[in-house]
Design a protein around this ligand. Sequence first.
Ligand SMILES: Cc1cc2nc3c(=O)[nH]c(=O)nc-3n(C[C@H](O)[C@H](O)[C@H](O)COP(=O)(O)OP(=O)(O)OC[C@H]3O[C@@H](n4cnc5c(N)ncnc54)[C@H](O)[C@@H]3O)c2cc1C
Length: 263
Amino acid sequence: MEIIVLVKQVPNTTKIKIDPKKGTLIREGVESIVNPEDLNATEAALQLREKYGGTITAISMGPPQAKEALLEVLAMGVDLGILLTDSAFAGADTLATSYTLGKCIETIGKYDIIICGRQAIDGDTAQIGPQVAEFLGIPQITYVRKLEKKGKKIIAERTVEAGFEVIGSPLPVLITALGALNTPRYPSVNGIMDACVVHEDAIKVWNAADIGASAESIGLDGSATLVTKTFSPELKRAGMRLTGEPKEIVDQLIKELHSKNLI
Ligand SMILES: Cc1cc2nc3c(=O)[nH]c(=O)nc-3n(C[C@H](O)[C@H](O)[C@H](O)COP(=O)(O)OP(=O)(O)OC[C@H]3O[C@@H](n4cnc5c(N)ncnc54)[C@H](O)[C@@H]3O)c2cc1C
C-alpha cells in the first residue's frame, strides 16, 4: 500500500500570544509541535503498513524548521519525508495550501490512501483534507474514528452529530483522522537515532518548481482570502458561582438578578 500522511508543524497553541500592535502571532520562544491529529493520521498509516506492507511518505509544507515535524514522524516509523518549502509559499491561505499539497501528491504520483488530521490546532479550519481530495478528484471520508481495509475497499466509521456513519470507499481515498482513531505510538529510542542520524537523507526538500506549481496559485497570490485583522478576544468578567442548598441558590439568584434590574 502506498500511503501519504500530511503533517503540519504548529505552535503549541496553549502558549501562544498575539502581538497587539502587529496583529501577528508571537512565535519567538514558542514551542513547535506536530499537530496532534496528524500523529493519529501517522499512527493509522503505520498500522495499515504493518498489515498490508508498503511505504509511508509524510508531506509537510512550512518554513525550513518544519523538517523537525518530519523527523518526529520518521522516528515513529514513517519511511520518507517531503518538506515543501519556498518563500513563494508564504502567506498561503487554505486554498493555496491545498493546491500546493495537491501538486506535491500529483508529483509523487502513486498513492492508495492519503491520511491527514481533521483539523490543525492553529488554523483550525478543517478545510485542507477536503480541498486536497477535491483537487485530486478522489473520494474523501472525514472525521474518521475507525479505519480498516476490506478487500479493495476502505471501511471507515465517521463521527456525525447524531452518532456515527459507516462508509466504504474504493482506493485511492483521503481520510481525515480524529484523535479518537487511535493512540499514537511514542518514537522508540532507535527510531529517534535512525531519524536524526541515519535517515536525515530520507527527507527530500522540494520547492514550487519541483512540484510544477504555477506562481499565481501559491502563496499570497494564490490565496482567495485576505486577513484584515487579528486580535485576542477580550477577557470577559469572571462568572459567579452560587453554592448551597437548591432553595438558597434560587434565593441568591433572584437577589442577584434583582440587583442588576434584570427581573
Ligand atoms: C490570507 C491568509 C494568509 C495566511 N498566511 C500564512 C502565513 O504566511 N504563514 C502561515 O504559516 N500560515 C498562514 N496562513 C494560515 C494557513 O493558510 C493555514 O495554516 C493553512 O492553510 C492550513 O489551514 P489550517 O491550519 O486551517 O488546516 P486544517 O484544514 O485545519 O488542517 C487539516 C489537516 O491538513 C493537514 N495540513 C494542514 N496544513 C498543512 C501543511 N502546511 N502541511 C502539511 N499538512 C497540512 C494536516 O494533516 C492537518 O491536520 C494564512 C491564512 C490566510 C487565510
